[in-house]
Design a protein around this ligand. Structure first.
Ligand SMILES: [Ca+2]
Ligand SMILES: [Ca+2]
Length: 178
């Protein structure tokens, strides 16, 4: 962020000397058309994600694992984000059970994205009948990706499952020169 601002300030100074007009813009995310890589994350929609497909961890260990990568367990804040990731899972035939940062450990039956503190407001992304707190001990949320259905489900946090990490949202600084 700081370096992007430095570039814009620099361009502002240059434009004074060269009598050209520079129009800067800063936007969230990376445009769909940009093909930038950030290993081990892969670009899905406007974000960068890491899908752990081999190592199963409990919810807490999965949370720690993402933090070690300077990332967070995934939080689906918008339907657009959810649809992008789901489309990626479906089109690549990726089946599995992946931890998200969704949990109601703080307040029972009030699911939030633990990485942002925001409520899980997208009712349509839950599997039918979920969250059901089955057995009274399901407080952490997974994406259940099966052949014929994909949705959110609450599970016991101690269960070992795969997980999805989300890299911090990048910003794009661009400019038009006249
Ligand atoms: Ca997110
Ligand atoms: Ca459940």
């Amino acid at each position: 962020m700081v370096s992007a601002l430095c570039v814009l300030v620099f361009l502002g100074i240059v434009s004074q000397f060269l009598a050209i007009e520079i129009t800067p813009t800063i936007s969230d995310g990376v445009p769909e058309t940009f093909n930038m890589t950030r290993k081990p994350f892969e670009k899905i929609g406007n974000g960068y994600y890491y899908l752990e497909r081999n190592v199963n961890l409990n919810w807490f260990a999965a949370f720690e694992s993402c933090r070690k990568m300077d990332a967070q367990l995934v939080a689906f804040q918008t339907l657009e984000e959810w649809n992008s990731v789901i489309l990626h899972l479906e089109s690549n035939k990726i089946e599995g059970i992946f931890w998200t940062s969704g949990t109601d450990l703080a307040n029972n039956e009030e699911h939030v994205w633990f990485t942002t503190g925001q409520k899980v407001t997208l009712d349509s992304i839950w599997n039918e009948g979920e969250p059901n707190n089955d057995g009274g001990n399901e407080h952490c949320d997974v994406v259940l990706s099966a052949k014929d259905s994909i949705g959110l489900n609450d599970l016991e946090c101690e269960l070992k499952r795969l997980y999805i990490c989300e890299a911090p949202q990048p910003i794009t600084a661009s400019f038009v020169i006249w």
